[in-house]
Ligand binder design. Sequence first.
Ligand code: 13P
Ligand code: SF4
Length: 330
Amino acid sequence: MVSKNVATAPAGVFSRERDSIDPTLDLFDEIEKFKKKLNAVILGHYYQEPDIQDISDVIGDSLALAQQAAKTDAEVIVFCGVHFMAEVAKILNPEKQVLLPDLNAGCSLADSCPPLQFKKFIEKHPGHLVLTYINCSAEVKALSDLICTSSNAEKLIRQIPKDRPILFAPDQHLGKYLIKKTGRDLVLWPGSCVVHITFSERELIRLQVKHPDALLLAHPECEDRILRRAHHVGSTSSLLEFAKKNSASKFIIATEPGIIHQMQKACPEKCFIPLPGDDGCSCNECPYMRLNTLEKVYLCMRDRTPEITLPEDLRNAAMAPLQRMLAMSA
Ligand code: 13P
Ligand code: SF4
């Protein structure tokens, strides 16, 4: 079973096509027109650039976007996020067209877990329930018993009988965090996110000395050296909700800084400081998420490509653990 994956993207196609965009067009208006013409919905993740967040019909974390994809009645889903997220939308909507503005928008966590090696890993742990983070390929989902996101992982683990051993993949840092939170002894696959492991502890201490009143909000894909200093750990939606509800006026953000656009919109009077990597580098931006641009959103709607496609047997196999997740997190 092989899905059409990121490696099949035609190199350079967008730079050639971008030249064909009429420079007098207002892309915001054009995208709105295409939404009506195609009966399309734009689902956008919090890590997308601000313009893309602003043209999205729904903005959310990976669980909210999967739930939205499961219930939309639009005929076309434009997924402004990364490949595995658009693939989830296609798995749940075989009859709909799912467009991803840049097919190269992958994910280091998904890449860190090749299906053949993962299958061998599962075989070495007979009797284990295979709980897999949604940041993985359709092939890996198809090998799993249950999918989770950072929003619902803890809730799902608490529903698994205590005597059932669990194998968790692919993010070891989220896995370690879940071991601490739930007290369960998870067998971990050694994957990690290139963005969340770059946050600098030295920069964090420097910022905390400079802003002693700031609260640290961190995504559980961060390493423990960051998480243990956090005032709140959670999914992107959870970090946003915490920032809205908490009375503090300053926050240090240890996740992809795209989320700050929504934080700042919801709380214009508060100050949000992105945690950098070492030497203040901007490696805290997800290089995959940032491949999508407003031009590419317009082009994918105009040309109705690139499209996510999946063999039916693979789609069916990947759908079962996803539907289990949706039912258990309702
Ligand atoms: P969320 O589920 O919190 O949106 O996280 C997605 C992701 O890719 C984090 O790096
Ligand atoms: Fe994947 Fe990390 Fe980017 Fe999230 S931030 S999409 S986990 S590479």
